[in-house]
Design a protein around this ligand. Structure first.
Ligand SMILES: Cc1ncc(COP(=O)(O)O)c(C=O)c1O
Length: 353
């Protein structure tokens, strides 16, 4: 069909990223499909949001001392930080700063879909090795995929959707082997492991880290992410991100989350130290295959993914069936123990069908 407005070829060739959100109802469903926090942010954050909405939406954002607070949290200086509208926008500005049409980004597959989406808008391709069947990180294969077209190496740590943890040594190996290629570490799930590449920043100027307030910090609807990198690179990124792309309500809520870490940290501890071992024990007892994960989600391999996920959905539990090459799995997010027990109850009745 003839387009009313002719867009760039790179765009017209693509389809849009369409996560399965339709009919998803937080009031009705047990949400285990988007790796969200099971609980809302600290009451002080909710209060700030309400105050802001009643008084300040009609003026442009004033971010105040938030960058300094975030710098303390991340263990860097404020000049090493760029706030973004979700880490999706961090990916966008970084790729736009580095890639020309025809360039390549390499990362182990499958990984988070937005990298391919944004690279596509720039006429660039995402290449790289597949995870092996046990989902261990294939460092040698990733290194072998780097060629003269590679402008960016991406490592998601821990990886979504496989839950794979990548060690400090493996990351340092990449930074050292390819000193002229930027290496982007996506730490969206960092708070669930406590293991960051930030200490490597002083030694490796080619390191870029991105993080988000959407996962452990429980603010996905407000859209706040950030880049951590060398100060001179942050200045370049500031030319791409708009001055007010980050909304102030997100920053005010995030500030409260940083001021009250015990709130979200106790949720993280509960998920990782209670919910996850309980779920693993349950799957072991039921002889259901799953893949150990470093994050707040895991891949599960039932005998029939379509049947298992449809059954769960019938009982109002949403998980995420994966697509090729891991279509033999579904991804499920951890929730508080009572919800995990509900999952187990429903899954046991499914196993008896
Ligand atoms: C690995 C990874 N990176 C980035 C994001 C983007 O998160 P947001 O744009 O909400 O910060 C996600 C979201 O699922 C993710 O899994």
């Amino acid at each position: 069909m003839k387009q009313s407005i002719k867009v760039r070829d790179a765009i017209s060739r693509m389809s849009y990223y369409d996560p399965p959100l339709e009919n998803r109802n937080p009031e009705e469903h047990l949400l285990m499909d988007f790796n969200e926090s099971p609980l809302p942010p600290h009451p002080a954050a909710v209060k700030k949001i309400a105050e802001f909405l009643s008084k300040r939406v009609h003026s442009y954002p004033v971010y105040g001392d938030f960058l300094e607070k975030l710098a303390d949290y991340a263990g860097v200086n404020a000049e090493n930080l760029l706030l973004t509208n979700g880490s999706d926008q961090a990916i966008d500005v970084i790729l736009r700063s580095l890639l020309e049409s025809g360039d390549e980004l390499t990362m182990v597959q499958p990984g988070f879909a937005m990298f391919r989406q944004i690279a596509g808008t720039l006429g660039c391709s995402v290449v790289g090795p597949q995870f092996p069947a046990d989902f261990q990180f294939p460092l040698a294969e990733l290194k072998a995929s780097v060629n003269e077209k590679t402008r960016l190496i991406v490592v998601i740590n821990p990886n979504n959707p496989t839950g794979t943890a990548v060690s400090r040594e493996q990351i340092e190996d990449l930074l050292k082997t390819f000193p002229d290629i930027p290496v982007l570490i996506d730490e969206a799930y960092f708070e669930f492991t406590g293991k960051s590449s930030v200490p490597l920043l002083v030694s490796y100027p080619n390191l870029i880290i991105i993080r988000t307030f959407s996962k452990a910090l429980a603010l996905p609807s407000l859209r706040l992410g950030y880049v951590i990198a060398a100060a001179d690179y942050i200045v370049q990124l500031q030319k791409i991100r708009g001055p007010y792309d980050v909304n102030l309500v997100a920053v005010l809520a995030a500030r409260e989350q940083l001021l009250h870490p015990e709130h979200w940290q106790s949720v993280v501890r509960h998920l990782m130290e209670e919910s996850k071992p309980a779920l693993e024990k349950y799957f072991d007892e039921q002889q259901v295959k799953y893949y150990a994960s470093a994050a707040n989600f895991m891949l599960v391999e039932p005998e029939n993914v379509a049947e298992a996920t449809a059954y769960l959905k019938e009982y109002k539990i949403l998980v995420r069936p994966m697509s090729s090459p891991i279509a033999h799995t579904f991804r499920m997010s951890l929730r508080m123990l009572p919800d995990m027990l509900r999952f187990m109850e429903v899954y046991s009745s499914y196993l008896k069908t």
